[in-house]
Design a binder for this molecule. Structure first.
Ligand code: TRP
Length: 331
């Protein structure tokens, strides 16, 4: 809570190539939160440098990510949109929270284990303490609700533990945040391997539909989607390919499973895949156009970042001062 308003916070990696999984499972629903909550969405460039980045690309993707979120419906008048490194309180609180996070806890994080396997030549301390910075992001704003993908649930659990530990060692300081894991969309699977999650870093480009893909590309990817033996559009246990396509179609159209099945009775997989491609391309076309418009206007994006950083800094300063006082710093 900030004042009398409940708070939503989420962090997004500065990578421009978000997938329809990100869109349907998360971003599309973010705009609705601002009716009820004070919302902060942060482009986490400091998290990004835990793996090696090409500087010019990081900079470009930071703008792109902001533009993409706005194109997906996040209005900067109704949400605080900002860049993590513009608000130094994140780094400050992260240091303090590092001293309230156990080595053992961080060692158990599956993302750390995965990433250190993947970047075995660069297992740096930042990669290890990544979850503490994430906890700082969240706790700085007295966040009630954190919309994240299921893969971030463990990090959120750690943030809760850190908050509770600090609150118990001193006195209530942080709101203990709850995860918000969207039901729909979280199950959007790869188009080529429907038992694995659709991941933006999948090396097979046919597995993933990106929000910014062109219509032709989208149609082609759906046409090539792996489906199961049989030919009926029916949601059945074990038919992972067709179930995934039905889920995607449902998310895009708002229809129920029964409605989708009825719509495609007597039609084959081919027709259904085309329909999926069409509705997906139509849904994303306005997002892509708005993205292009916003991304071309760097001055405007910078003004959004600047205002966002000012608003965020103001909110963050309250928590940071409180924490410093409790720790015994001279403030
Ligand atoms: N770790 C998150 C991810 O990779 C990004 C993130 C950073 C985040 N800080 C956050 C998400 C705070 C939610 C809240 O997706």
């Amino acid at each position: 809570m900030l004042g009398d308003q409940k708070v939503v916070f989420s962090g997004v990696q500065p990578s421009g190539n978000l997938t329809i999984g990100n869109y349907l499972g998360a971003i599309k629903n973010f705009a609705a939160f601002s009716e009820e909550y004070r919302c902060f969405y942060c482009v986490v460039d400091m998290h990004a440098i835990t793996v090696r980045q090409v500087p010019a690309e990081l900079r470009r993707r930071t703008y792109e990510t902001l533009a993409l979120y706005m194109a997906c419906g996040l209005d900067p008048e109704k949400n605080t949109l900002f860049v993590q490194s513009h608000v130094p309180a994140h780094a400050e609180l992260a240091w303090m929270l590092n001293c309230y996070t156990m080595f053992g806890e961080l060692s158990r994080m599956t993302q750390f284990k995965d990433k250190s396997a993947k970047h075995a030549d660069n297992i740096n301390a930042g990669l290890f303490t990544y979850p503490t910075l994430m906890a700082a992001d969240i706790l700085l704003y007295q966040t009630d609700l954190v919309p994240v993908g299921i893969d971030q649930k463990q990090h959120l659990e750690l943030a809760r533990n850190i908050a509770n530990r600090f609150n118990q060692a001193y006195s209530p300081t942080f709101v203990v945040p709850e995860p918000y894991i969207a039901q729909s969309g979280m199950k959007i699977m790869s188009l080529t391997e429907p038992t694995a999650k659709m991941s933006k870093s999948d090396p097979n480009p046919n597995a993933v539909v990106y929000i910014l893909d062109e219509k032709d590309t989208i149609l082609r990817k759906f046409r090539r989607a792996v489906t199961d033996s049989g030919s009926e559009v029916k949601y059945e246990e074990g038919k992972d390919g067709i179930c995934n396509l039905i889920s995607i179609y449902r998310c895009l159209t708002g229809k129920s499973i029964e409605e989708v099945e009825r719509e495609f009775t007597g039609k084959g997989y081919g027709d259904f895949k085309n329909a999926c491609g069409e509705v997906c391309a139509d849904t994303l076309a306005p997002v892509r156009e708005e993205f292009a418009r916003l991304n071309a206007d760097k001055a405007y994006l910078e003004s959004v970042m600047k205002k966002g950083a000012e608003d965020a800094s103001r909110a963050a300063a309250r928590t940071l001062t409180k924490v410093k006082k409790k720790l015994g710093f001279v403030v």
